[in-house]
Design a protein around this ligand. Structure first.
Ligand code: PEP
Ligand code: MN
Length: 458
């Protein structure tokens, strides 16, 4: 509880700073109405959960735990459906069990869900054709801000969507909490998993043998726990999920930021772990100003343009008291850059003694466009960035404590590669993401096996 010392901070102090990716609402009165409504509604998460997550991140910083963060690039209001939510929980849970087994340490699961509704864009406007003529409209900034259809009315930022976003986040969370309370025992078991990627010809015989061995020992372990009796299984396999999203729309975030009884400081109660994106992490900008005052653990994306001095300046502003569990640096350099860019940053932060959790997002630096103009990512590049990161950490003497994926539990065709050998020409079979391409169920599970195998040999 250090932030009470921040006498120059308030949930609105960001408004005096330059705001990258600022949403331009036309109707100021409607903004006030939406913000007031959000301020009056109950929080989506509690300070107890937030502090528990901070404690788990502190453990991961010490190498005692691993953090798995994943979910959609952009959640949509339309995807607030039971089958979509269940599929996302399932894949995250199954990946986490593979990682627990490989790494031999507890894994904390953090979904990019229940509020991942706001998206930064490289350009504030987009050109397109409407009724035969070319027009320029605001870009789609996610369902929290405007709607995806290329239509002037749909693209107009609508403040009421913040309230709708809050409601859908609440419905999503309500269902997640109910599933967790009810326990989803069936998916604990590899017997019930879809491991068909293991039988693809694209997988080498050595890898297949390694994965089959891991699957069998994992299943044995779970059977053993079951034999101990129901209560013990419940305790040992208690499933917990935390939520996260990019804290891009500061009006939304600050409207749910409040003090809570018996604690000092301010909590942003839209999510457990908000993060600052690569495009909004200017040290003197509005986002860093808002984030420096909240008690939540916070993520910061670190891209290939970052240098050690810039990262240290961010840490000095966001975590001046060097609180453990507070900062997750989500590094997203790209497979081509990580070899030259990561090491000086790791060394600089390690030398400063700042406590951070190093996570690797191998998605956002590895975007490519196919010859048909489709945005995709290759599983090979994703894996290459992960592997290089693990090696560089080992060289510097730091450790990779988490991973951050864009994925879905569904059978989409958005990323190429993987054992099933999805190619560029397969992408139109089921490309459903309104934003960045996600790993599908099989690709996600395969990556968990790859990572578990790779990190086990550390
Ligand atoms: C994202 O996580 O979807 C995203 C936009 O990432 P970044 O800020 O790293 O580009
Ligand atoms: Mn994305």
């Amino acid at each position: 509880m250090t932030q009470t010392a921040l006498s120059d901070w308030s949930p609105a102090s960001w408004k005096g700073k330059l705001e990258a990716q600022q949403v331009r609402y036309e109707d100021r009165e409607a903004v006030q109405i939406a913000a007031a409504k959000l301020s009056s509604l109950p929080p989506l998460v509690t300070s107890y959960e937030i502090e528990r997550l901070k404690g788990e991140i502190a453990q991961a910083q010490r190498g005692e735990r691993f953090i798995l963060q994943g979910g959609d690039c952009a959640e949509t209001l339309a995807d607030c459906r039971p089958e979509v939510i269940t599929a996302k929980l399932k894949i995250l849970l199954q990946m986490s069990l593979v990682l627990v087994h490989g790494l031999k340490k507890p894994v904390t699961r953090i979904g990019r869900f229940a509020g991942q509704y706001a998206k930064p864009r490289s350009s504030p406007t987009e050109k397109g054709t409407l009724a035969g003529s070319e027009v320029e409209l605001p870009s789609y900034f996610g369902d929290l801000v405007n709607r995806a259809e290329f239509d002037p009315e749909a693209r107009r930022p609508d403040p009421h969507l913040m309230v709708r976003g809050y409601q859908h986040a609440a419905m999503t969370l309500n269902f997640i909490r109910a599933l967790i309370d009810g326990g989803f025992a069936d998916i604990h078991h590899p017997d019930h998993w879809d491991l068909s990627f293991m039988s693809h010809a694209g997988l080498s015989p050595e890898r297949r043998a390694q994965y089959e061995h891991m699957r069998d020992t994992l299943a044995d372990g779970l059977r053993f726990m079951e034999a101990l009796g129901e209560k013990n299984v419940e305790e040992l396999t208690r499933v917990e999920f935390f939520t996260s999203h990019e804290g891009l729309n500061l009006l939304y975030e600050s409207s749910q930021t409040r003090r809570v009884p018996r604690r000092t400081g301010w909590y942003c109660l839209t999510t457990h772990l908000p993060w600052i994106g690569e495009r909004t992490r200017q040290v003197d900008g509005a986002h860093v100003e808002f984030f420096r005052g909240i008690e939540n653990p916070i993520g910061v994306k670190i891209g290939p343009k970052a240098d050690p001095e810039g990262v240290l300046a961010l840490l000095g502003t966001l975590n001046p008291e060097r609180e453990p569990g507070k900062i997750v640096l989500i590094v997203r350099m790209g497979a081509e850059n990580v070899g030259s860019r990561l090491e000086p940053i790791l060394a600089g932060v390690a030398a400063s003694g700042e406590p951070v959790l190093w996570s690797c997002d191998p998605m956002h630096g590895n975007g490519i466009t196919t010859r048909h103009g489709v945005k995709t990512r290759s599983v090979d590049a994703i894996l290459a960035e992960l592997e290089q990161s693990i090696d560089i950490h080992a060289r510097v003497g730091t450790h990779l404590g988490g991973v951050h994926f864009e994925l879905t539990g569904e059978d989409v065709t958005e990323c190429i590669g993987g054992a099933a050998g999805l190619g560029e020409d397969d992408l139109d079979q089921n490309y459903a993401s309104p934003c960045d391409p996600r790993l599908n169920y099989q690709q996600s599970l395969e990556l968990a096996f790859l990572l578990a195998g790779r990190m086990r040999s550390e």
